[in-house]
Design a protein around this ligand. Structure first.
Ligand SMILES: Cc1cc2nc3c(=O)[nH]c(=O)nc-3n(C[C@H](O)[C@H](O)[C@H](O)COP(=O)(O)OP(=O)(O)OC[C@H]3O[C@@H](n4cnc5c(N)ncnc54)[C@H](O)[C@@H]3O)c2cc1C
Ligand code: SF4
Length: 634
């Protein structure tokens, strides 16, 4: 089935389902409204538990508000126990705070585990953990739109569960170009460290002693992770060839790093980054600072005022006088989801680009919420682009090992300006469970389907003709393959609409023709050449008969849909995330719905050319602290 076919069948199916769900929502709406009367009212409702949702929950908790946190997904944690568990923290009465998994099971919250085996079987586990309508407990949500596929997470902790831990500021010029003003990145970084944990550069195979930094390794340069070094050296060559000044820097990662000083984070948690190369699939040694841990430590484990409703998907928001009714489907009793309506005077929408835009488009259609006609427009791919350098070699022609299966997913970036635009290129790990399928895709692209595909990646045929050396490890299969993760500036011209009941995304002009992607190809070809490798586009870009149309983008940093604008003629929210009230458009284009805020990536008005969570967090802090009051201790 082609993409087009899949979309048209989805369209028909969604129309039917949309009508059915509409009927359900309308029918249950009455029951739900009655239920609401019986419900306790909350001071505030937070929808989603990603970066914006966590910041809103922490700030509301600090003000002692009665909060309901509604999250579509479940808890996700490591299946592994630490060899030597640390001493538990103590609550104010001196009692040990139970581990998250114990607390969750005591509260009847479902806890699931990262996919574990680091080979083909792990991939099967991973695929079965995909979030979709038939598996609402899933984690990775891969949405296939016509021109772009978008990957996001579903779970308590949102994108932090599957992201690669990078904290990067956007360049001031880029922020100016998209009109994003007065963000306090220092405060966002302090939030990351205070409420999550210290940020660390991890570009070396072992943690460096205090007297060494990655730029001063000298003859200890061999300690660098192979792909961090490969990117640094290739950038130096490409920089001279292209006449572009490129700066290589280690990234600041939200992970625990071993430090030989006393009383460190590693000492407290008895863990640190073991360079297992699978951050986006979940960290087995528990070294990543995910937001489920933040929410548990600072709010859920201690606050009777905060209620969490996981596995609950918000459908609509309705304005009723000075308050809002939020209707959600609680899927904990599936296949019999329970429609519930709750109300509060303050709502913090933090369901991410796809979630928030969908909820608001649906609310406008079904509850008459009056919203700017810019709703849905201004989607940006963040110029996301991936490609490979295959067969990396040293100048003497011998193999250059870049070891993509080791180290954090992203370790370093190369940052530069050309043609008046900013670009960021990072190295990107390839988790071992993808090694076989990646190798096969590189060597035999057309076999990436059908029986050979299945037999190959399930590892059920160790003597498969596709396997050159039956004793080869996953790491060896792809040790000369470098994966680039590039970001740039597109024109934020994507538009979300509702197709029946579900979100759809499209562009008036093919987004893949935007010059940012041609520039990425030019730069990545040059970097590949500098690594002695052959440039290879991803199968989604090259096209794969019957699977991917040519030039399909894969977006991991979606932005916009409810963008900030100076007035409701330009955006959906103002600079503080307050949602414009379209019913007052004629008299006051700055009028807002009192108490209704958006605090996630959907408000970002254009590409950042950088990993976005630090910017999303800085913007969320600005909005939430104005609405609720300051977050303590930052
Ligand atoms: C593989 C990968 C790696 C990445 N690495 C990085 C990185 O290293 N650095 C970086 O800066 N960015 C990274 N990103 C991007 C980053 O994850 C996102 O930009 C970020 O998570 C967005 O934050 P948010 O608060 O807007 O929304 P999210 O973090 O997406 O949170 C939204 C939450 O809302 C919930 N939700 C959605 N709809 C509903 C609904 N209807 N009802 C209830 N709940 C709902 C979701 O389950 C989710 O928990 C990465 C993304 C991916 C996919
Ligand atoms: S590289 Fe491995 S150990 Fe380190 S943070 Fe990532 S998943 Fe955890």
């Amino acid at each position: 089935m082609t993409n087009g076919d899949s979309n048209s069948s989805l369209t028909r199916r969604n129309l039917v389902k949309g009508a059915a769900l509409g009927a359900v929502a309308t029918g249950l709406g009455m029951a739900a409204t009655k239920e609401a009367a019986a419900q306790q009212a909350y001071d505030a409702i937070v929808i989603g538990t990603g970066f914006g949702g966590t910041i809103a929950t922490l700030a509301l908790h600090a003000q002692n508000k009665k909060i309901l946190v509604i999250e579509r997904g479940t808890f996700w944690i490591t299946p592994e126990a630490l060899g030597s568990p640390p001493k538990p923290a103590l609550d104010p009465s001196g009692k040990p705070v139970p581990p998250l998994a114990k607390w969750a099971s005591d509260h009847n919250y479902l806890t699931q585990y990262w996919s574990r085996p680091d080979h083909g079987a792990g991939l099967v586990d991973l695929l079965s953990n995909r979030y979709h309508e038939g598996n609402r407990k899933g984690l990775h949500n891969y949405r296939m739109f016509r021109q772009a596929h978008i990957l996001t997470a579903s779970g308590v902790g949102g994108g932090s569960l599957i992201y690669s831990n990078v904290n990067l500021r956007a360049q001031p010029d880029v922020l100016d170009r998209i009109g994003l003003k007065s963000l306090d990145y220092g405060r966002a970084e302090r939030f990351m460290e205070k409420y999550r944990g210290k940020m660390h550069a991890v570009v070396t195979k072992i943690p460096l002693p205090a007297n060494l930094t990655p730029d001063k390794l000298g003859d200890k340069d061999y300690l660098l992770l192979d792909r961090s070094r490969a990117l640094r050296d290739a950038a130096a060559v490409a920089s001279a060839q292209l006449g572009i000044s490129m700066t290589w820097s280690p990234l600041k990662l939200s992970v625990v790093e071993y430090d030989d000083a006393a009383n460190t984070e590693a000492d407290a948690q008895h863990t640190f980054c073991e360079r297992q190369g699978r951050c986006i699939l979940g960290c087995l040694p528990q070294a990543r600072h995910t937001l489920n841990k933040t929410l548990y430590k600072f709010v859920f484990s201690k606050d009777a005022q905060t209620t969490l409703s996981p596995q609950s998907e918000v459908r609509t928001i309705k304005k009723v006088g000075d308050t809002y009714e939020v209707t959600y489907l609680d899927h904990r009793n599936d296949p019999f989801p329970q429609a519930t309506t709750v109300r509060a005077p303050q709502i913090f929408l933090a369901a991410g680009v796809l979630g928030t835009t969908e909820i608001l488009l649906r609310s406008r259609n079904q509850t008459g919420l009056r919203l700017s006609d810019k709703l849905g427009s201004g989607f940006s791919t963040n110029g996301d682009f991936g490609a490979l350098a295959v067969g990396t070699k040293r100048p003497d022609g011998s193999k250059m090992t870049v070891s993509p299966t080791r180290g954090p997913i992203n370790t370093a970036d190369v940052s530069f300006d050309t043609g008046g635009k900013h670009y960021t290129v990072e190295d990107c790990g390839i988790p071992a469970m993808f090694a076989r399928i990646a190798r096969m895709g590189i060597d035999h692209p057309t076999l990436l389907r059908g029986l050979e595909f299945d037999l190959g990646f399930l590892n059920t045929t160790p003597q498969s003709p596709l396997k050159k050396d039956p004793n080869q490890t996953e790491a060896e299969m792809i040790d000369d393959v470098f994966f680039f993760n590039a970001m740039g500036e597109d024109d934020a011209s994507g538009r979300f609409t509702l197709d029946g009941d579900k979100l759809d995304l499209d562009w008036d002009h093919p987004i893949a023709d935007h010059p940012v992607f041609a520039k990425h190809e030019e730069i990545l070809r040059s970097l590949s050449q500098a690594m002695g490798g052959t440039y290879r586009a991803l199968p989604t870009w090259d096209g794969l008969p019957f699977i991917f149309d040519k030039k399909t983008l894969i977006v991991t940093h979606p932005l916009g849909g409810c963008r900030i604008g100076q007035t409701m003629n330009e955006g959906v929210v103002n600079e503080f995330g307050q949602v414009y009230d379209e019913s007052k458009k004629a008299t006051d284009p700055n009028a807002v719905h009192s108490g209704l805020y958006i605090v996630d990536g959907s408000v970002i008005p254009g590409a950042l050319a950088a990993n976005p969570t630090l910017t999303i967090s800085a913007q969320a802090l600005k909005a939430v602290e104005k609405a609720v009051g300051p977050l303590p201790n930052i």
